[in-house]
Design a protein around this ligand. Structure first.
Ligand code: OGA
Ligand code: MN
Length: 287
């Protein structure tokens, strides 16, 4: 990468910017944008903090010679050791993990959403957790301004993984992406506290492509997908620990996704308590 020191974890967007500001060498606009995309990914409105960060990025862009560096991409390798790509939603065990406001919305979602249960073994879950905990434990949970999409969370974007975790990540990528897709190499790790939650949002089209995939660790959670222009049309999906969801195309662009707070977590009329949950998310490049 040349310009920035080698970064294996990109802490949070704000810290990233701080890191850029401290850097003696000037980052390019592209790097600044890449490191700060968390700020932009889920938000449509700007707080004064975000506005000042944007100003700083613009200063960088003016003062640095424009060198167009691409986002780091993941290079797929052969062999993932996972043969069964059947989503349980397609395998017909719908009712235990899927409920909807109406049949038409269910149909749309089922064509553009997958759920793969037990994609990760318990042993793999433990080693992933151990690896991400090492880093997360030094961060405080963030309870942000009311207009932010996520509350009660800490997060990182990680590029270096143990051999064991690399095997799991390869499996995730192979289930979710075709070999033609350009995938972002940084993996997003999001730790939601027991009282944390994710409000309805659509990931920024500027920084992520047509597919978002995430494995859930630790706690069961409910993901709600709702039509952006008509949120009365929704589905709830039960995300069990070690399951992988894949959000594609229409659902990615025209539906919001959210993770319900513990107090609102219920499924088919039954309360479904939620505890701390960690997700490991891969995305592809916007086309
Ligand atoms: C996000 C998001 C979902 C998850 O970080 O934008 O929607 O599974 N995360 O944690
Ligand atoms: Mn999202």
């Amino acid at each position: 990468m040349g310009i920035l020191p080698r970064i294996t974890h990109v802490p949070s967007a704000v810290m990233s910017i701080r890191l850029l500001l401290q850097s003696t060498r000037r980052p390019t606009f592209e790097h600044a944008q890449w490191l700060s995309r968390d700020i932009f990914r889920r938000y449509s409105s700007f707080s004064p903090l975000k506005a000042s960060l944007i100003k700083n990025i613009n200063i960088f862009s003016k003062s640095s010679k424009s060198r167009s560096l691409p986002l780091p991409l993941y290079k797929p390798e052969a062999g993932c050791g996972f043969a069964d790509k059947t989503s349980i939603l397609k395998a017909g065990q719908l009712s235990s993990v899927f409920e909807s406001s109406d049949a038409e919305t269910a149909d749309i979602v089922l064509q553009n959403f997958e759920l793969h249960e037990n994609l990760v073994s318990e042993e793999e879950e433990n080693s992933l957790l151990e690896e991400v905990e090492d880093y997360l434990e030094d961060l405080d949970y963030e309870y942000d301004h009311w207009d932010n999409a996520i509350h009660g969370y800490r997060e990182t974007e990680k590029s270096q993984w143990s051999v064991k975790s690399q095997a799991v990540l390869r499996r995730i990528r192979q289930v979710a992406f075709s070999s033609r897709e350009q995938q972002l190499s940084l993996v997003h790790v999001l730790d939601l506290a027991q009282d944390g939650y994710i409000k309805p949002h659509v990931d920024s089209v500027k920084f992520c492509g047509s597919t978002i995939t995430g494995v859930s660790l630790l706690s069961t959670a409910i993901m709600r997908l709702a039509k952006q222009n008509n949120p009365e049309h929704w589905v709830n999906v039960v995300l069990k620990p070690r399951s992988l969801y894949v959000i594609r195309d229409v659902v990615r662009y025209q539906f919001t996704h959210e993770i319900l707070k513990d107090s609102e977590s219920s499924f088919r009329g039954q309360r479904l308590p939620r505890a701390r949950r960690i997700s490991i998310i891969c995305r592809n490049e916007p086309s």
